[in-house]
Design a protein around this ligand. Structure first.
Ligand code: PMP
Length: 449
């Protein structure tokens, strides 16, 4: 059964997909019984796989006790336990946790906490946050102002406060060596230049996705970059916010991607893999001094109704326990290394693949017209949709977004659950191989017409 002809639902577009019946582990089935390998964990969400019995049991137990306790009326054990566990996983000093229900809410919370901290410490002239281009930080107006992605922001720009942007360190497009520290410094120093040009006393924070997500396609920062931006932020009293909505939760091989570089942020935000799709959940984790400043100055003027609800927190706690119990960060690292090397083998066979990148199981490949100058495929080809649809028909789910509007490239995120095995890797590569072949056939047919 496909989706009904007439539906009262709407999302971004008119595109319809089959109706989901059930999901287990790395697989999903539609109501016609067709099986899909979830090669992108939804939108990099279902990190521990679908229908994990221990998580379902923890949720069931909590549901029987209580599903909601409003935070101004009650504290709850799951929220307290999950906050403690999250703080334990976060970088040194970041031990205050504020719960939300998703990534955009987490980013909004970070914007407001940073602002209230500045006011509290007598630096009220700091009102702007620097971010990168391209980047994605969410769809609510505050988070959208930080998002560097013109196709999403353009209609709303007259309604938003313009926020300064610096280029994301896409060394592979600029012909620079990401393993050379000089490359990292080259891009990081653009932050210092921007701060100086804008006026350091006006800058509240810099926000960065440690490993990029949908906007840059699993971009890993060049050597030296993360440490250098930390130093620059400290030099100018600018807070460093890590947006780990996608990179957090273990799929880069560490629970927080920040830990790959000891690049201690002042605030970090997490969602997606935090409760791995079992419930909507996210968090802002902040340095204790910032929280002390804000609470001492009269309180944090911010909060969402569903914050810290016990069912969401019980699910989140069970997810974190599962990640620990099954050693899923280690598995993400090992299986990710295998998957990346297999993607590189595909790249050797398909000149249309211009780059393979990422960390752990947050991986991507990018299609290009010409690998020598990384020229993108013609926009009209609509490669990002075509390849996704072909793979989907072949029972493989991958995630794509063309960074158009002045940006270059069609990249595809390959990010299966952290429970994936070498057999799943083989199945993903087989599906991609078949899909790329069909895509190229289709391209030559289109060109022949
Ligand atoms: N930040 C990043 C890095 C993201 O990848 C996303 C979601 N793709 C968001 C923020 C926004 O999260 P949500 O869609 O849950 O609001």
């Amino acid at each position: 059964m496909s989706a009904p002809e007439k539906s009262h639902l709407f999302y971004q577009s008119r595109q319809r997909r089959p109706v989901l019946d059930q999901a287990k582990g790395v697989y999903m089935w539609d109501v016609d019984g067709k099986r899909y390998l979830d090669g992108s964990s939804g939108a990099m969400v279902c990190n521990i796989g679908h229908s994990n019995p221990r998580v379902l049991e923890a949720m069931r137990r909590q549901m029987e006790k209580s599903t909601f306790g409003y935070r101004l009326h009650f504290e709850t054990e799951p929220a307290e336990k999950l906050a403690a566990k999250t703080a334990g996983l976060a970088p040194e000093g970041l031990d205050k946790v504020f719960f939300v229900s998703g990534g955009s809410e987490a980013v909004e919370s970070a914007i407001k906490l940073a602002r209230q901290n500045a006011v509290a410490i007598g630096e009220a002239q700091r009102t702007r946050i620097i971010s990168r281009e391209p980047s994605y930080h969410g769809c609510t107006l505050g988070a959208l102002a930080l998002t560097g992605y013109a196709p999403l922001t353009a209609p709303f720009e007259p309604m938003m406060r313009p926020m300064p942007k610096i280029p994301a360190p896409r060394a592979y497009l600029d012909g620079l060596d990401p393993d050379d520290e000089a490359t990292g410094f080259h891009y990081a120093d653009m932050l210092e230049e921007k701060i100086l040009n804008e006026g350091p006393e006006t800058i509240l924070a810099f926000i960065v996705e440690p490993v990029g997500g949908a906007s840059t396609g699993a971009l890993v920062p060049p050597r030296g970059y993360m440490r250098r931006i930390r130093e620059i932020c400290t030099r100018y009293g600018v807070l460093l916010i890590h947006d780990e909505v996608m990179s957090g939760g273990g799929r880069t091989g560490k629970f927080f991607a920040a830990d790959h570089w000891d690049a201690e942020p002042d605030i970090l935000v997490i969602s997606k893999g935090f409760a791995a799709g079992y419930v909507p959940l996210g968090a802002m984790v902040a340095h204790k001094d910032i929280v002390t400043n804000v609470l001492d100055a009269g309180g944090f003027l911010h909060g969402f109704t569903y914050a810290g609800n016990p069912l969401a927190c019980a699910a989140g706690l069970a997810v974190l326990e599962e990640i620990e119990r099954e050693g899923l960060c280690r598995n993400a690292e090992n299986t990710g290394a295998l998957l990346k090397s297999e993607l590189e083998k595909l790249m050797a066979r398909y000149p249309i693949i211009g780059d393979v990148r990422g960390k752990g199981l947050l991986l991507a490949f990018e299609l290009v017209e010409d690998r020598t100058d990384m020229r993108p495929l013609p926009k009209e080809l609509n490669a990002y949709n075509q390849l996704v649809d072909i793979a989907y028909d072949n029972g493989l789910i991958i995630y794509s977004r063309r960074t158009r509007g002045g940006y270059r490239g069609d990249h595809f995120l390959i990010a299966p659950p952290m429970t994936s095995t070498p057999d799943h890797v083989a199945e993903i590569i087989e599906g991609l191989d078949l899909s790329l072949r069909q895509f190229l056939d289709r391209m030559s047919q289109q060109q022949a017409q």
